[in-house]
Design a protein around this ligand. Structure first.
Ligand code: ZN
Length: 417
């Protein structure tokens, strides 16, 4: 289904110009009004009016900085006042849902976390869970002492298949959710734009906004931990597939008959995730279960059986990531998630297998980064998707007004969107 482009009304033109001016200030600031008009191909009075609105809500600030334009003209006549984005003018809320808990992070526009909290997610119906989440979000905003008119929206990341455009969690075995209308419920309770996405995509959004992905347009984020996930960025945008299911990397099939948590056999996750490794170690040691941290301790202590399991997991992961290089030819692969605590036990065999599996020069030309991130990074990622939406041209029909329209309406007109 194609996205519907908005009708060419005056409202669209206004939203487009607002977005364009904000993007230019974010990308090129400190910048003068005249330069904005030039880069944006906009009339100077249009730029002045938009900038005035932004100044009123403190979204941009005039700086004392002066830029010499190189031909000495700055020395003659009035030097232009430069504008830059005020990163602390507005805030976004990010929620990372796990099977039995959630992390909330409140960030400013620059991705700096100003508040975070952890909550246990009560075992209730999806509707009750969403009410609980909304209640925790309201509490977070209150405790963080942020004026609610300065909150531009909420991003919520969860494991499973999520229809981003419609804000529906289609299928999440971990949460036991199916067809849950996440964003419409949260928007109606909280009165702010909400975005729901697969959690790995949220983490990937943070890489686009603030991380290693800022400088590259085609990259992959592979997460290892309880499961194995994949975020795909093509030409600077997250690729979600037809129904939001793209990147279910943990469930690609490999040569194995191990049972996956999804119910199928032969999934990558059943061999190489923390859960998969723990289960194999438990079986080898005739235990009912073993924690991944204890399993890794056995490997570090030199237990050959456990070492062989972790090494095999690394090899299989490396071959599978090598297949991704063959499919996408990314410039960069970021491997992250709590599974990175396995360190070289997992990643030395992974790197070897990856080089063997990549076609020709593809392995050599791809930059591989392994970084450890916790739940805070996931929640920060969820917030970053709201900032990403604020800076995106508002050309498509959406369920509700975007974060920028919301902020301007609440702050300037005092109304609701
Ligand atoms: Zn599976």
């Amino acid at each position: 289904m194609n996205e519907l482009v908005r009708r060419g009304t005056r409202g669209l033109l206004r939203d487009m110009n607002n977005s364009r001016v904000l993007q230019i200030i974010q990308a090129h600031g400190p910048i003068s009004r005249a330069e904005i008009a030039k880069i944006g191909d906009l009339q100077p009075p249009t730029v002045t009016a938009i900038v005035n609105d932004f100044l009123r809500v403190d979204l941009v600030r005039e700086t004392d900085l002066v830029r010499d334009n190189g031909n000495g003209s700055a020395a003659i006549g009035r030097r232009p006042i430069l504008l830059c984005l005020n990163q602390t003018a507005a805030f976004a809320v990010g929620v990372k849902l796990r099977q039995h808990g959630m992390t909330i992070a409140v960030t400013d526009l620059g991705g700096t976390i100003v508040y975070r909290s952890e909550s246990v997610l009560p075992n209730h119906t999806p509707d009750e869970a969403l009410r609980f989440i909304a209640d925790r979000v309201e509490n977070a905003i209150e405790v963080a002492a942020i004026n609610s008119t300065k909150v531009i929206g909420l991003g919520i990341g969860m494991p499973g298949i999520v229809d981003y455009r419609n804000g529906v969690c289609c299928f999440s075995p971990l949460l036991e959710w199916e067809g849950v209308h996440v964003t419409s419920t949260l928007e109606s309770i909280l009165g702010m734009p909400a975005y729901a996405d697969n959690d790995v995509n949220m983490l990937t959004a943070a890489e686009i906004a603030y991380g290693a992905g800022r400088e590259v347009s085609d990259f992959l984020t592979v997460t290892v931990g309880q499961g194995i996930g994949l975020g795909i960025v093509l030409r600077g945008e997250i690729f979600r597939g037809a129904a939001g299911g793209a990147g279910e990397f943990g469930h690609v099939k490999i040569e194995s008959d191990l049972l996956c948590e999804c119910g199928a056999r032969g999934c990558l996750e059943a061999v190489a995730s923390d859960v998969g490794i723990s289960q194999q170690v438990a079986a080898a040691k005739h235990l009912s279960s073993i924690d991944i941290i204890e399993a890794l301790e056995l490997a570090r202590a030199g237990d050959r059986e456990v070492l062989a399991i972790v090494e095999h997991a690394g090899e299989v992961l490396g071959r599978s990531v090598g297949n991704l290089l063959n499919l996408f030819n990314p410039e960069l692969v970021i491997v992250t998630g709590e599974g990175t605590r396995a360190g070289d036990l997992l990643f030395a065999p992974m790197r070897r297998a990856l080089e063997g599996a990549a076609f020709g020069t593809l392995g050599r030309d791809t930059h591989l980064v392994i970084q450890s991130w916790g739940d805070e990074a996931w929640a920060r990622g969820a917030a970053s998707i709201v900032v990403h939406e604020m800076l995106k041209p508002p050309i498509y029909e959406a369920r509700s007004a975007g974060p920028l329209v919301h902020l301007l309406a609440r702050s300037i007109h005092g109304g609701t969107t």
